[in-house]
Design a binder for this molecule. Sequence first.
Ligand code: PGA
Length: 253
Amino acid sequence: MNRRPLIAGNWKMFGLAADLSEMEGLAPHAARLTGLDIVLCPPATLIAQAAWRLKGGVMGLGGQDCAPAQQGPHTGDVSAAMLKDAGAAWVILGHSERRRDHGESDALVRAKADAALAAGLTPILCVGETIEERKAGAADSVVTRQLARSVPDGAPASLVIAYEPVWAIGTGLTPSAAEIVEIHAVVRAALMARFGADGAAMRILYGGSVKPANAGEILALDGVDGALVGAASLKAADFGAIMEAHPAARAGN
Ligand code: PGA
């Protein structure tokens, strides 16, 4: 199965208008690396301006969350349609920081994924175990359960899963290469058991402390279809270097 690699950046709650110059620094990489999908997820406040500045470029934009409701009296929430209207085509959902900070459950993440798909956005749906769960030997079962409960029925082949071990996010720690390969295979098996050929086509990204120094090794691993990058996506030099480290880039495409 030939899945097109995807590298997505998650700016989290960082970035003001002045920082969009970093995003513009990525455009030449994105234009040259035609074998990769490149997506940047800035704060919601910057999406419209980013879209305007990227006009005609190949880089995609995403939100970092959306509401489960289409519209209504939900002060402070941003709907999937609003993200789309601002220029986003993607949305990160179920990130562990939202699960932690806002108590987001698998059921809520699933409702948000349904809303995103209904609005025409492609979800990048995050799953991943805590360090306690990994130490207890429960990483596979936790991730399988999160997938079962948070990925909607009828999810299309375009839906993206990001495997992000909670303990690797922002810590500089990463699982071993063997651990990443093993759990990506678990995710793949679960997707195929439930969605058949569509489950074989869904992309599975690795996320958690991806940086220029380890991107080449991680992106070349079996079953890793790309990366979701946090801190290292804030600077064009780092995020560009991660893109350039992809085997498809080194192969000249
Ligand atoms: P990090 O974050 O690359 O800073 O570890 C990854 C993420 O949270 O998506």
